[in-house]
Design a protein around this ligand. Sequence first.
Ligand SMILES: [Fe+2]
Ligand SMILES: [Fe+2]
Length: 190
Amino acid sequence: MDIDLIKLKLEKILGKERLEHSINTSKVARKLAIKYDYDADKAEIAGLLHDCAKDLDCKTLEKMILEYKIELDEIIQKIPKLLHPLVGAVMAKKEFNIQDPVILKAIKAHSTGAAQMSLLDKIIYLSDKIEPLRNMNGVEEVRKMAEIDLDRAVLMVLNKGLLYLISKSLLIHPISIEARNNILSRVVFI
Ligand SMILES: [Fe+2]
Ligand SMILES: [Fe+2]
């Protein structure tokens, strides 16, 4: 599906703010892709679609999980926020006809990270958190770091996310710990 068609379809399933966030994410993803020598169109598509399932109501989410036989691990079952990346990856495939597994994985990995993050995983993970509408503490430093060192910028966001979850005594998905360990070893040792 081409980019304009994706946008038209997204307009029908996302709220106004989510659509703006998705378009912003796709623009940042495109810029980062060019900077880090990755396919800019793929990055734009993944950015546009990363939250395609986020405005679905609980019932529809549950229905899709059953219909598409999406496997949920024990932790994800306890963190409803982590369902939309999994359903989103399947929706991107089934409803937006995105067949590229690299794009689908980046959508799937945009909340938790992934044990082994591809360049596109990192671009989407980061673009989602630093697009212009985002205003988390320290976002400006992450934006600056994203211009210099992608791994360090991803590490900064993973660290912030984990610290936040700990401060609120919330569950942490083990994939995020693995993601952080792997990125950390790249940042420190390479
Ligand atoms: Fe999301
Ligand atoms: Fe998002």
